[in-house]
Ligand binder design. Sequence first.
Ligand SMILES: Nc1ncnc2c1ncn2[C@@H]1O[C@H](COP(=O)(O)OP(=O)(O)OP(=O)(O)O)[C@@H](O)[C@H]1O
Ligand SMILES: [Mg+2]
Length: 285
Amino acid sequence: MMPLLQVQHLSKAFGGNQAVNDVSFDVHAGDMLALIGPNGAGKSTTFHLINGQLLPDAGEVLLNGMSILGQTPHALSRMGVSRTFQVAQTFASLTVLENVQLALLSADGLGFSLWRKATQYRNADAMHLLAQVQLDTQAQRPCHALAYGDVKRLELAMSLANQPRLLLMDEPTAGMSPQERHALMALTRELVRSQGVSVLFTEHSMDVVFEHAHRILVMARGSLMAQGDPQSIAQHPDVKAVYFGRGTRGARRAVSADDVEGVSSASVATTSIGATITADKVSPT
Ligand SMILES: Nc1ncnc2c1ncn2[C@@H]1O[C@H](COP(=O)(O)OP(=O)(O)OP(=O)(O)O)[C@@H](O)[C@H]1O
Ligand SMILES: [Mg+2]
């Protein structure tokens, strides 16, 4: 069967810095794929090349066999590619339900100028999305009153508004407690199982990666150095060298989640649900 996403020989340099170097991999329907590697390995840049925020110097990205290079994040959202961010993108002053309604409005290609007239906009669908992330009981709370882990779950619900086939999650659990991390990724894994969404995520916590990923891609200094199931990756000699400090220069920081927590790049976010929302986005603190 044709892979959902094909990344072929992708390369991107910033000046003399080869951030992504001839990277190729596939994402299949129902995959939960982790992209790991030390700080600066090129993970976020790879995401940006896939979701249209950056154009590659070379290579191709195919969705269901068709090139998506040059498509805007908003156009990709309409093709069923969705994303979440390291810093959740939600409207703090609106309720949980309203945040999801806005995501639905955006997914439907409608402008927010309709918002005041449309407070009932797809209410039942919004509640259904909230139920999927177990936030329905908090629907009427203002977003700023939520615990951080709940904000991330809300962002996940919002990223599902366009019924994505592929969900890109760049450090979805950054800033979360170990318990919250596992809860969010268990929830994500359940969405993969129940809805056939494919997920590509980056993550610094090896606990989370090895517990929740079906397959793991390992990047170091721009190149993909290994890919395989968690067991084979755990045994891979080059991966061990990167993660336990023998060999690859500059890789020591990724030894554990706590070691890297908070120092990874705060990649510039646009929005998880399309361009229209960008101007007004607020980040929870
Ligand atoms: N917009 C940019 N301009 C110049 N250099 C960049 C840009 N974005 C990334 N880089 C560089 O490209 C390399 C890869 O960065 P990237 O953010 O993709 O790494 P990462 O694997 O996501 O790291 P982290 O785990 O810290 O998030 C780094 O050397 C980084 O400094
Ligand atoms: Mg990154």
